[in-house]
Design a protein around this ligand. Structure first.
Ligand code: ATP
Ligand code: MG
Length: 355
């Protein structure tokens, strides 16, 4: 029987609650006769590790992850450590070290979820946002000079390379092509950002010629936020830069009902390295340790993990179990207006998988 090696990195805050919940659900799926098994390996990296060792993960951490088939990640964030340290010291280190250049963020309104757009039915909102995950505004290029002086300067350079834009554009067109509507919106800001974003537009046009069956359009990122609210059904697959997609996908998650539900995959499409799957929410220290965390975002991330492993049937079984749980208001956590605990939601999904 096939055995998949899964690295589990709970990280900080509610990551420590939702990642073990995700593991339980995957285990239940395997025990329910999926025809494969999991070998989990947990890594205690994050804020506590930082306090003990002065870094978020060991120097040879990437080497330990490399032989894994996939990574399930929780969240990195600690109220006592600056955000840029936690982010760059762990999550981004893995994303960049493993060249996970495509960040894929599906959004749908799951059954039973009360979403804020009242005129919008679940059928109107079925999106996948593709976020460029390796360069752009978060390339880490820039610096500060004359710190603390009146003449201080600070820059964050949005660095885009032709190769980097081509590969994310091709990934997005291919993903759009694989979906029923074959519809791609290329998000841009080339009216104001007149160098890198103009190249982005040119490359979109060039790559589009390889995909004559994909309908595509361009939208400015500001206009795109309004379109997501006013005409959700006009969108299907979107591709945007690192910063733009970061913002659009939080909006998308909120429109789908809760930050606690939304999943994401940091993917190396060439499969040279393990890809990493995680809920989009952060460490949420305000609710940690109380059993209030909604594990659905992690479960949906497990669905993406299974799809990435090529286990499409198991992925649909898990998605069906998740949807049958969200459909029951008695199994909603507090962020959805309910009173169920993390453990109750997890057990309900596991029970459906064991049936
Ligand atoms: P970080 O600094 O790591 O991003 P954060 O404290 O900003 O973490 P987020 O995860 O971004 O927290 O979420 C903002 C708020 O949304 C949280 O404070 C929490 O109340 C709520 N929230 C987020 N995720 C969940 C979840 N899975 N279940 C329930 N509530 C959640
Ligand atoms: Mg946050």
């Amino acid at each position: 029987m096939k055995r998949y090696k899964i690295a589990c990195i709970p990280g900080d805050g509610i990551g420590k609650e939702v990642v073990p919940a995700g593991q339980q659900v995957l285990q239940a799926l395997a025990e329910g006769g999926a025809g494969f098994a999991f070998e989990f390996r947990s890594f205690d990296w994050g804020g506590d590790f930082y306090r003990a060792h002065g870094r978020m993960m060991p120097e040879d951490g990437l080497e330990a992850l490399r032989p894994m088939d996939a990574i399930l990640f929780g969240s990195a964030g600690d109220p006592l450590i600056p955000d840029h340290v936690t982010l760059w010291g762990l999550r981004l280190k893995i994303c960049q070290g493993f060249d996970q250049y495509a960040n894929v963020r599906p959004t749908r309104i799951l059954p039973g979820i009360d979403a804020p757009l009242k005129r919008c039915t679940p059928a109107d909102l079925d999106w996948v946002i593709v976020r460029e995950n390796s360069e752009g505004e978060y390339a880490g290029v820039g610096g500060r000079a004359h710190q603390g002086h009146p003449i201080e300067v600070a820059t964050d350079v949005s660095m885009m390379t032709r190769a980097g834009v081509e590969r994310i554009m091709r990934f997005a067109f291919r993903l759009a092509q694989s979906r029923p509507r074959k519809l791609l919106t290329v998000v841009t800001k080339s009216n104001a950002q007149r160098h890198a974003m103009v190249m982005w537009d040119e490359i979109a046009l060039q790559v589009s010629r390889e995909f004559p069956d994909v309908r595509w359009d361009k939208e400015l990122v500001d206009a795109c936020t309004a379109r997501m609210v006013n005409r959700p059904a006009s969108l299907d697959t979107l591709v945007a830069t690192n910063l733009h997609a970061d913002i659009l996908s939080d909006l998308a998650a909120a429109l789908a009902g809760s930050l606690g539900i939304a999943p994401t995959g940091n993917i190396d499409p060439e499969r040279r390295y393990p890809s990493m799957f995680e809920p989009i929410h952060g460490s949420a220290f305000d609710i940690m340790g109380q059993g209030l965390a909604n594990p659905v975002g992690t479960f949906w991330s497990c669905v993406m993990l299974l799809e990435h492993l090529g286990e499409a049937e198991a992925a649909s079984r898990l998605m069906a179990a998740i949807e049958s749980v969200t459909a029951d208001p008695a199994l909603h956590t507090r962020d959805l207006g309910g009173r169920a605990t993390t453990a109750q939601v997890t057990e309900a999904v596991c029970a459906r998988l064991r049936r």
